[in-house]
Ligand binder design. Structure first.
Ligand code: PGA
Length: 253
């Protein structure tokens, strides 16, 4: 079954960066989006949890969407320091990143934890942006497609639909390094992800957005974002400055 390509999404992951003064960058993005025409991609900023509420105020009534960077799997309870998907939804966010490789590495999150968090996002009415990707060693050993398939199998809950889930392919060795896979390699992995999604989540798998992430910059955005089955980008470092982020979004215009 052929499906029309989904509307692209360009999401900025601010990671553990940004004080209140950074809201000015978000406001600059918001104002530029207000001038963008039809056919423009969906644009989202995922700030640290401390900025969710103030960023919601900045984005209110505009085309700028907001997501969080992680959530707990439970709706509430004795989990000091954590926040739930319901709390994130309560701030006005529409999405949450789960399973980012930095959380997998820093907090030992396994696929089953990521799957529970994605299911929590769905329960709360949020879009889950589920991150997967191979290490440098796995890439060099020719294991990439198997690793990605295993992560998808383990990290995606049965509640996945095209409306509530985005997959972000982020090769770990490309994150924050300035390195990117070749366009052929990106296209190969995205094709394999698409095949997994269409096979497992019929009929909506063809409409699930697959983002590329890892050293996306203004200089490489146009090439990466024009590849088949690349339905947008998850942008780290280059999303912190409005000018760079807008230049990446402009790859679609
Ligand atoms: P980067 O990060 O763009 O700084 O490489 C991407 C990410 O980790 O989402």
């Amino acid at each position: 079954m052929t499906t029309a390509p989904p509307r692209p999404l360009v999401a900025g992951n601010w990671k553990m960066n940004g004080l209140a003064s950074a809201l000015a960058e978000a406001a600059t993005v918001r104002d530029a989006l207000g001038r963008a025409g039809a056919g423009a991609p969906e644009v989202m900023i995922c700030p640290p949890a401390t900025l969710l509420a103030p960023l919601a105020a900045v984005a209110q009534g505009s085309a700028l969407a907001m997501g969080a960077q992680d959530c707990h799997a439970s709706a509430s309870g004795a989990h000091t320091g954590d926040i739930s998907a319901e709390m994130i939804k309560d701030t006005g966010a529409t999405a949450v990143i789960v399973g980012h490789s930095e959380r997998r590495a820093d907090h030992g999150e396994l696929d089953r934890v990521v799957r529970a968090k994605a299911a929590a996002a769905h329960r709360a009415g949020l879009t889950a942006i589920v991150c997967i990707g191979e290490t440098k060693g796995e890439r060099l050993a020719g294991l990439t497609l198997g690793v990605v398939d295993r992560q998808l199998a383990g990290s995606l809950p049965e509640t996945v639909t095209a409306a509530n889930t985005v997959v972000a392919y982020e090769p770990i060795w490309a994150i924050g390094t300035g390195l990117t896979p070749s366009p052929e390699d990106v296209a190969e992995v995205h094709q394999a992800i698409r095949a997994h999604l269409t096979q497992r989540f019929s009929p909506s798998g063809g409409g699930i957005r697959i983002l590329y992430g890892g050293s996306v910059k203004p200089a490489n955005a146009r090439e990466l974002l024009s590849l088949p089955n690349v339905n947008g980008a998850l942008v780290g470092g280059a999303s912190l400055k409005a000018d760079d982020f807008l230049a990446i979004i402009a790859a679609y215009v």
